[in-house]
Design a protein around this ligand. Structure first.
Ligand SMILES: Cc1cc2nc3c(=O)[nH]c(=O)nc-3n(C[C@H](O)[C@H](O)[C@H](O)COP(=O)(O)OP(=O)(O)OC[C@H]3O[C@@H](n4cnc5c(N)ncnc54)[C@H](O)[C@@H]3O)c2cc1C
Ligand SMILES: NC(=O)c1ccc[n+]([C@@H]2O[C@H](COP(=O)([O-])OP(=O)(O)OC[C@H]3O[C@@H](n4cnc5c(N)ncnc54)[C@H](O)[C@@H]3O)[C@@H](O)[C@H]2O)c1
Length: 456
């Protein structure tokens, strides 16, 4: 048995907990898969590198409307893939080596489970190591949910874990799900020439977004992809080199490859949490308080394992808070989840922060709402944009911004001044008139939306 001051399970955001506060302490870092976790290896970073290549392809395709004739001669999928993983894989390996050889860290490259509130068994290639620690952090992330109908059918399916490493692009692909992952991969693969079908059980794509965005994006998706909404898959089979999904209404949707993107569940069930007295919510998330403490003293959790937000910037924030709290038990800091933004890197890009219009109505606020089209600003003319917009929702009595929702190019960057305004409680009127907005930058979309709000 080896005792540590701190044991961390999971090397995604968990890896960043080893701050200088632990320089003179003994730390165990435990990882059963690729070092660095989801974001680095199979999530945010590789997907956005593929998205960038997809956008280059779409730019070429759309060039003629600006008087530039161009065409795509070839899509070198293996080169695109190898550019991505040629950059990422060495980072994961370097991170692992640093922890294996680090001065005060011991890396266990195996799977951990609790045997008590301060004790773990780590299975490293069949060899069991007993690890005890004063403090333990559960940073085990989330994994894809595979619907039973797919699992039971025995068909070959892909998830975000393996679809980016294909050797060849398929001619066609069926994506099950209509959320973040489905929307991003539909964009990537269709831009690179794959015929994409989407099968989702919801009546619209990206249903958690504000209705105006969800409806507009669903229309765009239907224009580009073969989209099946409100679909209930009752069977799956392989036939003639394709996967065929059967829906409850009898419809059959087929493609050379099936990608499952039906949500991600927290990784908690296989940790033997009851042995430690760590409780979970019904959806499997580890229960934590505002400081990241679980229901067991000395056991903490952060990121996708426990958070209501499966987003890397949230996991990073929670890791910073927990890192502080581990070292400063008498000066605890709380998570700040007031204004959590998100972006979907699909086409068109989507970004949002704060309440949807429906949520703001339900909260009882007296609203002012402005939908500002990119096409009504000078930069929007330059882009020949006809569909992109920013929807702002504010309290007409207080001037406070309640929500911002964007669908269009650069949405994920354009939204940042609005996140800032909400976080620092700036009045929408001050934000509009209390500073210069560069003319004729795309940010004039934000300025004009703010100027279009009406206050009492
Ligand atoms: C395809 C995709 C794209 C995404 N894109 C974005 C994006 O653009 N922006 C964004 O903000 N978010 C994005 N996300 C979400 C983001 O990746 C996650 O929110 C974030 O990575 C979660 O970090 P984490 O540290 O909580 O967990 P993870 O990074 O998943 O780390 C958990 C680690 O724990 C290890 N582990 C689990 N159980 C055990 C055990 N018992 N023993 C040892 N090790 C264990 C796992 O192997 C894993 O390495 C994306 C996710 C996916 C899947
Ligand atoms: N850009 C980003 O920040 C980014 C990108 C990718 C993933 N993520 C994170 O990862 C999480 C997981 O992504 P996701 O797309 O898997 O989940 P999601 O919750 O965004 O979407 C799941 C989709 O699957 C559908 N679905 C669920 N069960 C189904 C079934 N049995 N049959 C058909 N459709 C079904 C749902 O209706 C929904 O459309 C996201 O919620 C997000 O937090 C973030």
């Amino acid at each position: 048995m080896t005792h540590y001051d701190l044991a961390i399970i999971g090397t995604g955001s968990g890896n960043s907990l080893v701050t200088p506060d632990f320089d003179d302490k003994r730390v165990a870092v435990i990882e059963r898969a690729t070092f660095g976790g989801t974001c680095l290896n199979v999530g945010c970073i590789p997907t956005k590198m593929f998205v960038y290549a997809a956008e280059v392809a779409e730019t070429v395709r759309g060039a003629s409307k600006y008087g530039i004739d161009a065409r795509i001669d070839d899509v070198r999928w293996r080169d695109i893939r190898d550019r991505v993983f040629g950059r990422i894989d060495p980072i994961a390996e370097g991170g692992r080596d640093y922890r294996v050889n680090g001065p005060n860290t011991t890396a266990y490259l195996g799977s951990a489970r609790f045997t008590g509130p301060h004790s773990l068994i780590v299975d490293v290639a069949g060899e069991e190591h007993e690890v005890t620690a004063d403090q333990i952090v559960i940073a085990t992330g989330a994994r894809p949910v595979i619907p039973e109908v797919i699992r039971a059918s025995g068909v070959r399916y892909y998830t975000n874990d393996d679809v980016m490493r294909l050797d060849e692009l398929p001619a066609s692909m069926v994506i099950l799900g209509g959320g973040f992952i489905a929307s991003e991969f539909a964009h990537v693969f269709s831009a690179l020439g794959v015929r994409v079908s989407i099968v989702t059980r919801g009546p619209a794509m990206l249903r958690a977004e504000d209705e105006t965005v969800s409806e507009a994006f669903t229309r765009e998706a239907q224009r580009r992809w073969d989209v099946h909404l409100s679909a209930s898959v009752t069977g799956a089979r392989e036939e003639g080199g394709e996967v065929v999904l059967t829906c409850a209404d009898g419809e059959q949707v087929r493609g050379e490859l099936l990608l499952v993107a039906t949500g991600r569940e927290p990784v908690s069930a296989d940790l033997n949490l009851p042995a430690a007295g760590v409780e979970t919510h019904v959806d499997g998330r580890v229960k934590v308080d505002a400081y990241g403490r679980t229901t067991a003293a000395g056991v903490w959790s952060l990121g996708d394992a426990s958070s209501a937000y499966q987003l890397k910037h949230v996991a990073n924030h929670e890791a910073r808070i927990v890192a502080h709290n581990l070292a400063h038990p008498d000066d605890l800091r709380a998570f700040d989840h007031r204004f959590v933004p998100s972006a979907v890197f699909t086409d068109p890009q989507i970004a949002s922060v704060g309440l949807t219009e429906r949520e703001a109505e339900e909260a009882g606020a007296k609203l002012t709402v402005k939908v500002q089209y990119f096409g009504d600003t000078a930069y929007g003319w330059a882009m020949e944009d006809t569909s992109s917009f920013l929807k702002l929702i504010a309290d007409r009595r207080t001037g406070r911004l309640l929500g911002a929702h964007i669908m269009g190019p650069f949405a994920s960057s354009l939204i940042q001044p609005l996140i800032q305004a909400m976080s620092f409680e700036q009045d929408a009127r001050t934000l509009a008139r209390g500073q210069y907005w560069i003319h004729p930058a795309l940010a004039e979309v934000v300025e004009n939306a703010l100027l279009g709000l009406e206050f009492d």
